[in-house]
Write a protein that binds this ligand. Structure first.
Ligand SMILES: [Zn+2]
Length: 276
């Protein structure tokens, strides 16, 4: 099903203090990059190629942009993190920048304030996807539909307010779902493979090996960037290089659907742990 060869532009590094660097970056047509990231198949190759010169300029200004060519013959994987934004999210972003890979963050609405809000915006600007993980992170499977809607809509509104883009995907707190939730939520439900990384006693190596033992082409990996979850940050130093060495290409959840030419289902009771 992977017919199109797609070029994605990924923003790699943000360390900019000099005004000249900011001015250089401002010259880049961000809308083009965003459009490429959003995966417009038919047009992706051309605008990306045309932007090469501009990206080199940006790199000189202290901000590196990477063009990653998606090879349809190589496997895809979507790294995702629940329970941010927090200070741990910043540490995850450092790892993503170090390895030049993207991810999707399922955020808790009540945490989108102050510096955590800035962190979420930074993730978005780096080319990561922001998705919905409820407002208060309560178990929602026994909630009435109106309360479910309030939980989800609050967070979607906050994400839109900060990034300018509404989320497309939802992950239920504790993965607890109900038919009422499938009816009430206008987003696609995502699950993924887990590594028991919400339990403090799960050591770094076990987290990494649990992920690596279960990944296949199209897998969505579910990890956590809640406050203090540094063992998962450390596990990325094993997970990401290992998967890269096996030919895996890291994409957002949206890109996973787009590259596989799969339409994300809404209101059907479908929940995705992989797309291929
Ligand atoms: Zn959660």
């Amino acid at each position: 099903m992977k017919k199109a060869r797609i070029i994605f532009a990924l923003v790699l590094t943000i360390v900019m203090t000099a005004q000249s660097a900011i001015e250089t970056f401002a010259a880049v047509d961000l809308s083009v990059i965003k459009r490429i990231l959003s995966g417009e198949k038919a047009q992706a190759q051309e605008p990306a190629a045309q932007d090469t010169a501009e990206q080199e300029t940006v790199a000189e200004g202290g901000k590196a942009l990477l063009l990653t060519e998606i090879d349809p013959d190589k496997p895809l994987v979507a790294l995702t993190f629940d329970d941010g934004p927090t200070v741990t999210t910043e540490k995850v972003l450092e790892k993503l920048e170090e390895y030049g890979v993207t991810a999707t963050f399922f955020v808790i609405g009540k945490q989108i304030n102050g510096s955590a809000s800035d962190t979420m915006k930074k993730a978005y600007d780096l080319g990561c996807e922001i998705a919905n993980h409820s407002r208060n992170h309560n178990t929602m499977s026994s909630m009435p539909a109106s309360e479910v809607s309030d939980e989800v809509n609050y967070t979607s509104d906050k994400i839109k307010e900060v990034t300018g883009e509404a989320p497309k995907f939802f992950r239920a707190p504790y993965l607890a779902v109900s038919s009422e939730m499938y009816d009430a939520v206008d987003l696609t439900f995502i699950q993924g493979i887990t590594a028991n990384d919400w339990v403090a006693s799960t050591d770094t190596e076990t987290r990494a090996q649990t992920v690596l033992n279960n990944v296949k082409d199209g897998t969505i990996i579910l990890l956590h960037d809640f406050y203090g979850n540094d063992q998962t940050v450390d596990a990325l130093d094993t997970i990401i290089p290992e998967l890269l060495s096996k030919g895996y290409q890291f994409v957002t959840v949206s890109q996973l659907f787009e590259i596989n030419e799969a339409e994300p289902e809404v209101h059907t009771g479908k929940i995705y742990s992989s797309v291929n």
